[in-house]
Design a protein around this ligand. Structure first.
Ligand code: SF4
Ligand code: SF4
Length: 461
């Protein structure tokens, strides 16, 4: 094996984690399938029961769903790099290429939703379509709505910037919301407008997480470049970016900006005091100052922007990241500053709230827990997100060769939900909703749908 082969890269991860050994605790009763395999492979070789084979290393790379439960970001990013190298060398399967282009799937199937739903719902044609698209036979495909969010937003005029003087946001709705669950982005728009915030729905593409997880670097970079360009433009016009999908938020805030502060433009500003690049926009959202990354001359030259997205303008990536908010984070800050409309009516229900993996990665706490408790009548039981994952992992859970693994990863969380036996299951991640719809009979809601219900039940909605 060549040193830079995907197998060698995966082997380097096995060796690093075996040397460190801290994550052996992730072998038992956690949703991560990578660490049990890392230590199984390492122990096999250490106990002289056989060499780790190239095939085992390739399989290991396919087990990571980027849930970020593990302590070392470089370990998961090294696994992703190995996956990229595998795709670069061996190519991507046509079915994966089709599925990872979530917008294209949604545009094709959503053009005639009645026809798509009938064909997918029929046992015979549904099976044929799933087989052609590389989807596991037992994976349910969600029904396509009569009208997607983009059509609704256009009718409502949200695609036009009104450039008001008050708070204004550019809404990044995410593909699952836009094309499969339009009720969620509609509730987002209603809740924000009710709070006097101008909502602008800019042109946008998929955040890129599904293709990133599939190791399709070229396609991911294309999507990212488009979004960075459009979103920095609106930030420069005075808008903050709000995401209702934690995965999109994690991509825009953290993944895309990784390494950007090491770019030459910042090294240059460190050399010349008071010339730090201006990453500030015209506004700063509620409760967060606009930030430029700190620099210390002592590190000059040591760091380079060698991240996944380093060929996209670092200043723009940082500008976008520092002006992006999770919806719960944004509403929570409004609440703290006394600007949130507190006219919430009662919603009588026992709810279980699952904070998704990519919300935890944003390190903003769990803003929805307090926000939902503002509405009378809600009894909310929170699930500990640190040791649970739904297992869907973008489109991975749909794929023939990952569906069963995905169900296995999610089974621990499902048991926990069943122990609560809620009247409503609440999570802000719509991919988790797809998995919950597959594995449970509970009605699943985004917290903003509950908040909108509370506003409308107050009689002033
Ligand atoms: S992920 Fe980090 S902490 Fe865990 S075993 Fe690997 S190197 Fe150690
Ligand atoms: S990102 Fe999740 S699946 Fe991947 S290694 Fe870390 S804990 Fe395991």
């Amino acid at each position: 094996m060549l040193n830079n082969s995907p197998e060698s890269m995966a082997r380097a991860v096995v060796e690093a984690c075996a040397d460190c050994d801290v994550c052996r605790y992730l072998m038992d009763d956690t949703p991560c399938l990578v660490f049990p395999e890392i230590y199984r492979l390492y122990d096999k070789e250490a106990e002289k029961r056989g060499r780790i084979t190239p095939e085992e290393l390739r399989n290991l790379v396919g087990l990571c769903n980027f849930c970020a439960l593990c302590p070392c970001p470089n370990v998961r990013s090294d696994l992703m790099k190995a996956k990229d190298a595998l795709i670069d060398r061996d190519g991507i399967k046509p079915a994966v290429r089709f599925l990872e282009d979530v917008e294209r799937v949604a545009t094709v199937c959503g053009a005639y939703p009645w026809l798509s739903n009938t064909l997918l719902g029929n046992a015979f044609t549904g099976r044929l379509m799933k087989r052609a698209a590389g989807i596991h036979a037992e994976r349910n495909f969600p029904a396509f709505p009569r009208e997607n969010f983009s059509v609704w937003a256009q009718k409502r005029g949200l695609h036009i910037r009104r450039e008001g003087k008050g708070r204004k946001i550019a809404y990044f709705a995410g593909c699952t919301g836009r094309y499969l669950f339009p009720g969620v982005p509609i509730a987002v728009s209603e809740v924000l407008e009710r709070n006097g915030i101008e909502v602008y729905y800019p042109e946008q593409k998929c955040c890129g997480m599904p293709s990133l997880l599939e190791g399709d670097r070229g396609f991911t970079l294309k999507l990212a470049a488009f979004n960075v360009e459009r979103l920095t433009e609106v930030v420069e016009a005075g808008y903050d970016i709000v995401c209702s999908c934690p995965t999109c938020g994690y991509m825009l805030k953290s993944v895309l900006s990784e390494g950007a502060s090491h770019a030459a433009i910042f090294s240059e500003s460190i050399r010349r005091p008071n010339s730090r690049p201006d990453t500030s926009g015209a506004t700063s959202g509620p409760g967060r100052a606009s930030t430029a990354p700190p620099g210390k001359p002592i590190f000059e030259g040591l760091f380079k922007d060698e991240g996944y997205f380093s060929n996209i303008d670092a200043r723009k990536r940082i500008l976008m990241a520092t002006h992006t908010y999770d919806l719960g984070e944004y509403l929570s800050a409004l609440h703290l500053s006394g600007e949130l409309d507190a006219g919430l009516g009662s919603v009588e229900a026992h709810m279980a709230y699952y904070p998704p993996c990519h919300l935890r990665e944003q390190k903003i706490g769990e803003p929805w827990v307090d926000l939902l408790r503002l509405a009378p009548g809600i009894s909310l039981e929170k699930i500990d997100g640190s040791f649970h994952c739904c297992g869907i992992a973008g489109i991975m859970g749909f794929k023939r060769d990952f569906h069963e693994i995905s169900v296995k990863i999610g089974s621990r969380l499902i048991k926990r939900i069943e122990a609560i036996h809620p009247e409503r299951l609440v999570t802000d991640c719509l991919s988790c909703r797809l998995q919950f719809n597959q594995l449970t009979a509970y009605k699943v809601f985004h917290p903003v749908e509950i908040l909108w219900e509370a506003y409308t039940s107050s009689g002033n909605g």
